[in-house]
Design a protein around this ligand. Structure first.
Ligand SMILES: [Zn+2]
Length: 161
């Protein structure tokens, strides 16, 4: 049981306010590698968690965004995700900033895979970039209003307690 933070560090050039596109109409499917804290069995494949979905936890322990039963020790574990109030700004360049808080019960989150849509804004122009793909750890585009190339590079993710 405990809280984990999913942190990102990056270098933003010409853009700011990087964050996942994650609304009830367009929820982000966060992809993780996980393992059971009881028997250390790694889940056979990456799992996705949507913070707007609720599943019942056995034994009327309420609900969570993610519930699974470990295939080895048969324990049921659960987790929920919330967004911090942070976006990654150009002032954060090089620093690790927490974007997600995971409330984990019996699950260790070992890796975050940035599969999905992120967004950011032109630092001077306010241009909205709504289809930022960070799967390769970098992103390049052109800000028409500014007449300049923009990019996000050196994207690194970490999960900490
Ligand atoms: Zn287990």
């Amino acid at each position: 049981m405990g809280n984990y933070y999913v942190k990102v560090s990056a270098e933003l050039n010409g853009v700011t306010d990087l964050c996942p596109v994650d609304t009830p109409d367009n929820p982000f499917e966060y992809t993780f590698k996980i393992e059971c804290t009881k028997c250390r069995e790694e889940h056979p494949r990456p799992v996705t968690i949507n913070r707007f979905e609720q599943y019942e936890v056995t034994g009327s322990k309420g609900s969570a965004n993610f519930v699974y039963r470990c295939r080895m020790c048969k324990s049921e574990h659960s987790a929920s995700i919330s967004r911090t109030d942070r976006k990654y700004t150009s002032d954060d360049n090089g620093k690790a900033v927490p974007l997600l808080i995971i409330d984990a019960r019996g699950v260790d989150f070992t890796e975050f895979k940035p599969v999905g849509q992120f967004q950011c804004t032109g630092a001077g122009s306010g241009t909205a970039f709504d289809e930022v793909d960070l799967e390769d750890g970098e992103w390049f585009d052109y800000d028409d209003k500014e007449g300049a190339e923009v990019s996000i590079v050196d994207v690194k993710w970490e999960i900490t307690n």
